[in-house]
Design a protein around this ligand. Structure first.
Ligand code: BES
Ligand code: MN
Ligand code: MN
Length: 462
């Protein structure tokens, strides 16, 4: 990859300003008010692929948001890399907590990013990381160094469950045929500790509704004599963990893979400071399942968390009311071998069974997906490892992440190829939170590292 550093230095301002333009587009998939912006963003991504040297780029319609597909096929006998990413973003709220508007990107310095970081919704998740691949392709095509065929599949519904990508993939197996799938939509341990994500958790997301009396009642006249759905829901939720913070749903852990002592010891070698971790989120103690470390709790163990809970009166002042209904949104992060449909069923049966008399319970499944683990001896992993070594001067550490990209398991099932997760974000980049940002250094380092992946993947294939 001759002259990559020079190329980046010469073009870095444009690389940043093009990303800034993309970040100005509020492509929020969860909110239909932004449909037009979502479509405009897909068009912008398509154009960027053509500009970067794709021979073909197209907008593929689905029952939902379109998928942008692009390709550059240089020789049918060479290996093909399929790049996946998403151009949709999370909603920006709570807006008040942003120090600059979420769709008006600005570059600010932070302690971890003294070179500056781009602050905007989607900066890291995933527009910035996806765009690294577009610019890496630009470098390889403009300098005549593209070693493999390349295909891009950039979707617009990752943040809402990728339902229509799951529809698209089986209908386009030939078009999407590849030798390896490359994704930058995860993180790395630290700027001087490169890592490759080797695992993602699965997900089961449900909404529950508890109904008591047929209408809101006076909490003095009826209170104490009628089941209060919020009291009941709180109690039911509390019972889902025992005193050791194990999840109490029968059968929940049946398929959980227990890691060997050796594997756990290997994991524990990754640099981690509990003090810094606590300080970064301003807590005085960590909390979680007995018998596991913080890094184990958020990667190799399944979880159950309430994401939102509501009901009754939440306006200003006090209103004495015994509510008719209470609701909660609950997510369960799953580990490999736990099947998300099965877990959703187990949750539903259990939750219905623990409802006391006097209330009715409804469980509505939302989206979900299977977890993923990838071996470190695959050709793709080895190529990625060598690529990081080239640009960081260190061998990257394999790391299981707690996050989910549910479509990855489906890719392996349908496209029969391994996914390599080369993430360049930091946990502190505030993805999904107010003030999401992506370090300029990380962005440029990603652009520099990706071409080496292509080079080594081709070499290892020969
Ligand atoms: N890019 C994230 C997932 C991620 C981030 C994995 C960091 C590992 C490290 C992705 O966009 C995401 O937010 N996924 C959702 C699940 C999806 C079904 C909404 C998640 O993990 O909550
Ligand atoms: Mn993402
Ligand atoms: Mn996300």
């Amino acid at each position: 990859m001759k002259d990559i550093s020079n190329y980046i230095e010469t073009h870095q301002n444009r690389f940043i300003s093009e990303l800034v333009d993309l970040l100005k587009m509020p492509s929020i998939s969860a909110d239909s008010a932004y449909k037009k912006d979502v479509l405009n963003t897909a068009e912008a991504v398509k154009k960027s692929l053509l500009d970067a040297g794709c021979d073909l780029a197209e907008i593929c319609e689905t029952p939902g948001n379109p998928i942008v597909y692009g390709e550059k096929i240089i020789d049918k006998n060479l290996p093909t890399v399929l790049v996946y990413g998403h151009y949709d973003v999370q909603p920006a709220d709570p807006i008040d907590l942003w120090t600059s508007p979420p769709f008006d990107p600005v570059i600010k310095k932070t302690d971890l990013h003294p070179e500056g970081a781009i602050f905007a919704r989607g900066a890291c998740d995933d527009k910035g990381q996806m765009y690294m691949h577009v610019k890496a392709l630009e470098f390889m095509t403009k300098t005549d160094q593209l070693p493999c065929n390349v295909k891009f599949m950039i979707e617009g519904e990752e943040e809402v469950g990728s339902e229509n990508l799951a529809w698209f993939v089986p209908r386009n197996l030939e078009k999407l045929a590849n030798d390896v799938i490359l994704i930058s939509d995860t993180g790395m341990i630290a700027k001087d500790v490169p890592s490759i994500t080797t695992g993602l958790r699965g997900l089961s997301y449900v909404e529950v509704e508890v109904t008591g009396p047929n209408r809101d009642l006076h909490s003095g006249l009826y209170g104490g004599a009628v089941a209060n759905p919020i009291n009941v829901l709180s109690k039911m939720i509390a019972s889902l963990h025992d005193e050791n913070n194990h999840i109490t749903i029968p059968g929940f852990y049946d398929k959980v893979e227990e890691l060997s002592t050796e594997e756990r010891a290997e994991m524990a070698k990754a640099p981690f400071s509990l003090e810094a971790y606590k300080k970064s989120i301003d807590i005085d103690a960590v909390y979680g399942e007995e018998g596991f470390t913080t890094n184990e709790r958020n990667s190799i163990r399944p979880t159950l968390d309430v994401n939102g809970i509501w009901g009754g009166y939440i306006g200003e002042g006090a209103k004495t009311v015994l509510p008719s209904k209470a609701y909660a949104k609950i997510s369960m992060r799953l580990v490999p071998h736990q099947d998300w449909h099965e877990i959703t069923d187990l949750f539903t049966k259990h939750f219905e069974s623990i409802a006391p008399q006097g209330v009715r319970v409804k469980v509505k499944p939302h989206h979900g997906g299977q977890g993923y683990v990838t071996p470190i001896d695959s050709m793709g992993y080895q190529a990625a490892s060598k690529a990081y070594h080239e640009t960081f001067g260190k061998t990257p550490i394999p790391q299981r992440s707690g996050g989910s990209i549910p479509i990855v398991a489906l890719f392996e099932e349908q496209l029969k190829s391994k996914t390599i997760l080369m993430g360049f974000g930091l946990d502190s980049d505030d993805i999904h939170s107010p003030n999401e940002h992506f370090g300029v250094w990380n962005y440029l380092k990603g652009i520099e590292t990706i071409p080496w992946f292509y080079k080594y993947f081709r070499e290892l294939s020969e």
